[in-house]
Design a protein around this ligand. Structure first.
Ligand SMILES: O=C(O)CCC(=O)C(=O)O
Ligand SMILES: [Fe+2]
Length: 199
């Protein structure tokens, strides 16, 4: 169950609309979802091409959707699975807060501190102009870095905690890049769910 008393913390960064909900799920529910999703998800590891060279993506992923529209990024095209019962439950809770009907969920599994997600914006054309993206963290907490595309003085670090929700909307993807950097600390696995509307 989502926590009805979860507080909404706006990040107040220029050219963005970011809201962080630290305890969107209570710790017990978040741990339960983590275990189920870790076991039941058909995790895949794709190759990405960066500057003409092929690498194994430094994390595992899976795509779910209410439709059969593929989603492409970094030269990868993913085809969705139909939503599972648990993911649909989570989707419904997230939709109440985001006031949006999401079609698609991209799951990321960061196996340890060597897994990461490089600087990017979620600005694929299938997402439309000012996409709303709802990002859930289950398991290990990781830092989320933000940097403004043109004003190099503007950057921010946010710790994404177990059971938290981060909403990214408005012009955020036009003006800001984000990443999950590697860490040398010995850490546990983290599952991230990003709900999106894919057209
Ligand atoms: O793991 C995260 O919190 C971010 C994931 C992300 O940026 C993405 O999948 O586009
Ligand atoms: Fe992203």
């Amino acid at each position: 169950m989502a926590n009805l008393f979860s507080e909404a913390l706006p990040l107040k960064l220029p050219d963005s609309d970011l809201i962080y909900y630290p305890n969107f799920f209570d710790a017990l529910s978040a741990t339960e979802y983590f275990k189920i999703l870790k076991e039941e998800t058909p995790w895949q590891q794709d190759d990405i091409t960066v500057f003409g060279k092929k690498y194994a993506q430094p994390r595992l992923t899976a795509l779910y959707a209410t439709n059969d529209l593929p989603y492409s990024y970094s030269n990868i095209t993913m085809h969705p699975h139909p939503f599972s019962k648990e993911l649909l439950q989570i989707k419904e809770e997230v939709e109440k807060v985001a006031q949006t009907n999401f079609t698609t969920c991209l799951l990321n599994l960061y196996r340890d501190g060597k897994d990461s997600n490089g600087w990017h914006a979620d600005n694929e054309k299938e997402l439309g102009k000012n996409p709303i993206i709802a990002s859930i963290t289950l398991g290990e907490e990781r830092y989320f870095h933000l940097k403004h595309r043109t004003n190099k003085n503007l950057k921010h670090k946010l710790l994404l905690e177990h059971g938290s929700l981060l909403l990214m909307k408005g012009t955020t993807q036009q003006h800001w890049l984000h990443q999950i950097p590697k860490t040398a600390k010995p850490i546990q696995e983290r599952i991230n769910l990003t709900f999106r509307v894919v057209y």
